[in-house]
Design a protein around this ligand. Sequence first.
Ligand code: FE2
Length: 493
Amino acid sequence: MESEFIQRAKALPALGAGLSVDVYSPDVLQLVQALGEAQWRPGYLEVFKATTSAMRWLRRQLPDLPLTYHGEGLWTTQPDFPQSHSGRQGVAEACAQLAALRSAWLNHECATKQMAGYAFGTYLPPLYTELSATMTAENVTFLQARVDAQARQDAIDPALVLLEMPPLTYFGCGSLAIPRFFRRVTERSACGLVLDIGHLWTVYRYTGAWRRRTVESFVAEFLDEFPMERVIEIHVAGLAEFPMRADGGTADDVRERPYWIDAHGAPIPALLFEMLAQVLAHPRLRSLKGVALEVDTKPIATIVEEYGRFVTRFDRTITEVQRIGHAGSLPSLQIETGYEIDVPQILTADERSALQHQYRSYVHRVTACDPRSIDGELSLLGGSPEDLSRYRTTYLPHELLHWGGELQDMFPKTCGLLGDAGVSLEQFVSAWFSRPRPEQDDYDFFLLKIDRFVEFVEQWCPAAGRCASEEARELRDAYRAANEPIGSVEERV
Ligand SMILES: [Fe+2]
């Protein structure tokens, strides 16, 4: 595994300091222009998944800037990934976007928004167990094989699959320490890794490590166990308490243990740059190809200011870390994989179904506090039960009712009828998790929310069903129209 990884890593360009961005939020061309006016030119942009036509358009708009790809919707932590919609159509779409950007890598959170038939609005970390690490490694190998096969068909260099260590949103579950989990994954697959500094802070906070040690000693111990030699990219993003304040968050609060969670729109706390300095000094960090501030949903003025501080302090160090890594570049890897994907399965059918069962229990644990599943593989990773309750009783309802579209704004007439009938929107949360549903389409939380809400109204207030369907139709039409502006621009150029 190690030699395959090294060969793939050596073929990647060193991109230096960059930004991880969304095409639309903020407008990526306005951002590049504002950076240019401040005399900053990022070494690369990592672009979050959008439509393939938007990726082609962006590639043409920025012909000289290296662009890499931040995928979404590839649920590699889940046992059914290769057979699922995500593992088939999702991967095919990711390959098309990689080719459109000419990306050197495919980064994806090692996390999921869909598990055992249940959908969430934001990422849930994997179960941190031996079985889950093996499953993830097997799925990542499958994903890399698909990417390789498509690259061969397109006669382009294959992108390297990178797994990003996800944040903890108040809790993590499992019996295996997080750095050891990633070591197990890399022992069984040739993938690269992304280490996100803010995510690392949430591990410090929500595994209870903050009770025993300083941030510095936690980071030192974590990095010594984590497969640092596989880290291709580092991310730094904002952290904020939830819900975020209108003034942009609490990142500069001086309180000792804030309930910060990953928040790309929030300012970057000074503490994270200190942690970044510690990470960049680690002796096993020898495959680094880029360090990006993740800035989607952040105001352009804040991005320019933070990027200026970031490159002023770290540009030379990043260049030096890249230089002393795998020196020189090798010819592209000759991929032997044919068009047929034949990835050997490591896990037995029994182990797969055991893991599937554990993920069902995981959903119950985090949505309904199932008392049967408190111990063993589903035990908390050292955090407190109160923090898990914070997720279940505060974050999760907010996610379903307000995040990715305010229900009251999306369905004003229907919500009025529900109010008249005495049906509270809180009932929607329990209805959402009342039963598993097969994955049918590309994961899109906004569209999912529309479908589930209509279903909820039909069940709990049939008299408002027609109104809900009508409002849902208008929402879907408007969403489709709003999502392809760049595609239609592309048709004209
Ligand atoms: Fe990240």
